[in-house]
Design a protein around this ligand. Structure first.
Ligand code: AHG
Ligand code: MN
Ligand code: MN
Length: 355
């Protein structure tokens, strides 16, 4: 029997005609071919290349040596380093080393920033990144991510302390993440909305899948590690008791911030990683985890808070500083904050009554 050629479906035809690649999208967003627009476009292209290299390695994780498991080392955070953490960290360095785009790269896996050597072209931006977010998911083949943030270098960095990076999150020029899930997605913002791209493995290109993503004002999902319940402040426990006692809430927690955040961005709700009594700052790092996601949620019309402050206003004192995180839909973030404010008010009244 002769082969029957099926006609293209409407969706396929549209995609074939309108494929928007990442670099073209950045230029369209900026409506300019000026130096900064070219730089940002090239930076995003490099990040996409790193994402493709990491995704390729992950896709064969169980088949090749040196992908799964630990290296036996401990990073600056005191966490055991996975082989993929090191691989992904090095991928970003090698992709940017000869690019002429950045002067430094700072990541979760390096105590001090990596400075582009003098025999390589040196650029004017800094890339901050979490090479693999959700490392505990690697060995069990569940979703993980990478998070990135781009800042312009300001002033001199003569002593190599990168103090100019210690500024609030509104200083970010661009931010985003890569989600290595059933498909690989890249979500980014250069301060003009949030846009997502899906890697088409047959083309080797990230193709635009959703433009100007807006987070709903409310969602049914709350995403938090409830195993920490007894280590939290009473106000966070109040919130959890509230969602347990009210209809219309459902819990989702994957152990990878990028995956959990992606769900909230798409469907609404709230993700929390609060401080604990022992660690009031929580677990997540400001410059390359919480601030980039706060930049995105702000652009998507949602909010990120530490519980007492807008996350984008937090000025770090150190490169690897941590912050509590409450992020997502406006109404749900406000609900968590209302419990924090209520307990703070009660504490203040008790203090006043005693004095
Ligand atoms: P990382 O793998 O970069 O160290 O980040 C892990 C983070 C984040 O992805 C996730 O939300 C959180 O740690 C999970 O921590 P718990 O196991 O404490 O819930
Ligand atoms: Mn992380
Ligand atoms: Mn990490």
């Amino acid at each position: 029997m002769a082969d029957v050629v099926q006609p293209l479906g409407e969706a396929e035809r549209t995609l074939d005609r309108d494929c928007t690649t990442l670099s073209r999208h950045v230029l369209q967003q900026l409506q300019s071919f000026g130096a900064e627009a070219q730089d940002l476009s090239a930076l995003m292209n490099r990040i996409a290349l790193a994402a493709k290299l990491i995704a390729r390695r992950l896709s064969r994780a169980g088949l090749v040596e040196g992908v799964l498991g630990f290296t036996g080392e401990t990073n600056v955070q005191g966490e055991s380093v996975k082989k993929m953490d090191t691989y992904a960290n090095d991928v970003f360095i090698s992709v940017f080393k000869q690019s002429g785009l950045v002067c430094r790269l700072a990541s979760e896996e390096m105590e001090k920033p990596y400075y582009i050597p003098e025999n390589c072209p040196i650029g004017r931006y800094t890339l901050l990144y979490d090479p693999i977010d959700g490392s505990s998911n690697i060995d069990i083949n569940l979703n993980i991510g990478s998070i990135f943030s781009i800042r312009r270098q300001e002033g001199d960095d003569i002593d190599g302390e990168a103090r100019d990076l210690l500024q609030h999150g509104r200083k970010q020029l661009a931010a985003g993440y890569i989600l290595y899930g059933p498909s690989t997605m890249l979500v980014y913002s250069i301060g003009r909305g949030v846009h997502s791209f899906t890697l088409d493995p047959s083309l080797g290109e990230f193709i635009l899948s959703n433009e100007n993503i807006k987070v709903p004002d409310h969602g049914s999902i709350y995403s938090v590690n409830e195993g920490n319940f007894w280590q939290w402040d009473e106000s966070i426990r109040d919130f959890i008791r509230y969602v347990h006692r009210h209809e219309g809430y459902t819990a989702r927690y994957s152990g990878a911030l990028v995956g959990d955040f992606h769900r909230i961005l798409s469907q609404g709700g709230v993700f929390l990683y609060p401080g604990t009594l022992k660690k009031p700052e929580g677990k997540l790092r400001l410059l390359y985890e919480t601030a980039p996601l706060a930049f995105l949620i702000d652009q998507a019309g949602g909010r990120a808070s530490t519980g007492t402050q807008e996350l984008l206003d937090v000025v770090p004192k150190a490169l690897h500083q941590r912050t509590p995180l409450i992020i997502g839909s406006n109404e749900d973030v406000a609900l968590v904050e209302s419990f924090i404010q209520e307990r703070a008010r009660e504490a203040q009244e008790t203090t006043m009554a005693r004095s």
